[in-house]
Ligand binder design. Sequence first.
Ligand code: SAH
Length: 378
Amino acid sequence: MRFHPWVFSGAVHHIDGQPEEGEFVRVLTADGCFIAVGHWQIGSIAVRVLSFEDTAVDADYWERRLRRAYEMRVAIGVAARSDNDTYRLVHGEGDNLPGLVVDVYGKTAVMQAHSVGMHHCREDIAEALVRATDGAVENVYYKSETTLPYKADLGAENGFLRGGSPDNVALENGLKFHIDWMKGQKTGFFVDQRDNRSLLEHYSGGRNVLNMFCYTGGFSVYAMRGGARLVHSVDSSAKAVDLVNQNIALNFPGDPRHQAFAEDAFKYLDTMGRDYDLIILDPPAFAKHKDALRHALKGYTKLNAKAFEKIKPGGILFTFSCSQVVTKDNFRTAVFTAAAMSGRSVRILHQLHQPADHPINIYHPEGEYLKGLVLYVE
Ligand code: SAH
């Protein structure tokens, strides 16, 4: 048996009763043998599986499941550390909890439901988050206004389900970050770049760094610690520029090496000089759906071509795609095309991906989304 966590509607022969979206349902074979229990959904995915064991989905279930997720984060060395309290505790299908994302920042867990079923279970999940994490989580902030299916019209409101703390400074590998979980993108921070930021720190010494699409400035703060000569952070959002300035001030107050600019990426790359020898390109997902793929690949090529054109000889380019529909091969081709267009000699130093606290369910390869290349450009 395969353990893919979705049951597609086309695979359902018949339905007993009339389940409502978000209700628990049991999936059986034609001759009545148990397969799975999960949340019922309207649409092409009919059931999101919660368990392949015939178990009740109750307070006990949530505590067991979340404890497993927490123990895994301790085992891989991202949780229960004095210098790091920023990590993803639940990564949907990757933790066998489809439709649920939980990121932890200090003592606060920020929880996002992507399915009606998870929304219905939010109180049980919040309670279990506090119990299952041995005191690591005290507050639970629910942030699903924009992640729940729009059509379900649930009127979900963002807010604390447990505790409530104004303390929003979290630690990532010993660096401090203000996390704006209320107004920020996603859960407030891109936890998925932690390992890639560490690698960037390693290459930053003495370099002129451009962090394009900087958002909260994660890469910028690591580059500063790595001994960069200067760090320029760019984002089209003025709010992001405020965030990066705050985060630099938290870690390197008054350090003149850093400057941030609110500017469109393409415009900045067109007009900037040729002095940067470490450039990070971490754009938002260019393709959110399969139909947008061709257009997105062109976008990646165009963006990377600009960086290849301007980066100083001997420079290093960190380039990413977080579009789930863009495969590793697609992305490589788009970047290679850009390299060829520039005529520069380019070598791959590293191939990057999402970190261990964003695990991929082996039966659900769709869970792989972040990919990156580190390139040496002569
Ligand atoms: N690198 C960041 C995450 C980037 S998210 C980190 O490690 O946290 C993508 C960012 O790109 C957002 O902050 C968004 O405001 C910015 N953005 C989107 N379109 C842009 C454009 N055309 N020019 C510059 N920035 C843009």
